[in-house]
Design a protein. Structure first.
Length: 315
């Protein structure tokens, strides 16, 4: 092995979405492929985008809307190299048990045009089509526990929440109304991204990054205890049972191959087109470079990972 390559990476928030990237680093898998990756949280998806554009980070984990919007507004092209995990739920305040009870009610929005707001717009459209009318969107500022307190205090009737916050909410008596996987929007609206010009000039590095990430996601999926300990460390979860429930909720649906998902990006672009007309005409392929993932499928690397955790599979 040659000299270790120093890289910087960013992630958006302490939710479970950054888990595979951080597991990859903590398990030493980046270093296995000659990479020393320094990871930091960057204040939401918009922060990751700013870091990519400024060259502060070479790649990052983030939800899709911030990246899509920046590119459509004329910033340098950025692309998703992989898919990721984005387990999202619509949860209602205590006392609301059915979707139909949201008729004439309210859903809280973050107001930042990010993934949360996109999912609110999407589900209100779905509810209207299903005969659940007159749902108002109200601004609920802040993050994490501040938004949960707003829900518990009746400032809105429902919120889009991701684990581990969703599990705290359930313990406070809130109820799950929607799992966005019903609509193909879990494990799809985000992932590992980089600037297209960086990828073009550093293909060997990106190849190693993606290979390590795929192996790291496999470790995430197959090593429950290690993943839970990492989740606790980077998220600051003191209650291990919350970390355990977060893992158990997200692991079963995680894709063995974290491909970018063009159909999910298409849905995101369609919703964004209300305020950004260029989004409606954009081709999702513009925001994806999946050739490194495809290489790992074609050369047998992904199949070998599966066999390593399940020796009964045919070689």
């Amino acid at each position: 092995m040659g000299a270790i390559i120093q890289l910087n990476a960013g992630f958006a928030t302490v939710g479970q979405g950054a888990g595979p990237m951080i597991v990859t680093e903590r398990a030493g898998i980046f270093r296995k492929y000659g990479l020393a990756v320094h990871i930091r949280m960057m204040g939401g998806a918009a922060g990751v985008v700013r870091g990519l554009l400024a060259g502060e980070v070479q790649f990052g984990n983030l939800a899709a809307p911030a990246l899509l919007q920046a590119v459509l507004e004329g910033k340098p092209d950025m692309v998703f190299l992989t898919g990721g995990i984005n387990q999202q739920f619509l949860m209602a305040r205590p006392g609301i048990l059915q979707r139909e009870q949201l008729a004439n009610g309210t859903i809280g929005m973050a107001g930042d045009k990010g993934l949360n707001d996109l999912l609110v717009h999407f589900i209100v459209d779905q509810f209207e089509a299903a005969g659940i009318p007159n749902i108002r969107k109200v601004l609920i500022a802040g993050r994490g526990h501040r938004r949960l307190e707003a829900l518990l205090n009746g400032k809105c009737d429902a919120l889009v929440i991701t684990p581990p916050e969703a599990l705290y909410a359930r313990r406070k008596g809130c109820n799950f109304l929607v799992d966005y996987s019903e609509y193909g929007l879990n494990y799809a609206l985000g992932g590992l991204a980089a600037r297209r010009d960086y990828v073009a000039h550093n293909e060997d590095i990106i190849r190693k990054v993606v290979k390590a990430y795929v192996e790291g996601m496999h470790r995430y999926r197959t090593d429950r205890d290690f993943t839970i300990r990492v989740q606790q460390e980077y998220s600051g979860i003191e209650d291990r049972t919350i970390a355990e429930e977060t893992y158990d909720m997200t692991q079963p649906g995680m894709p063995p191959i974290p491909r970018p998902v063009p159909s999910a990006l298409r849905k995101a672009l369609d919703i964004m087109s209300r305020e950004l007309p260029a989004a409606g005409k954009a081709d999702p392929a513009r925001f994806i470079d999946d050739r490194f993932i495809r290489e790992l499928e074609e050369n047998g690397f992904v199949a070998a990972l599966s066999r390593s955790s399940n020796p009964s599979l045919p070689g």
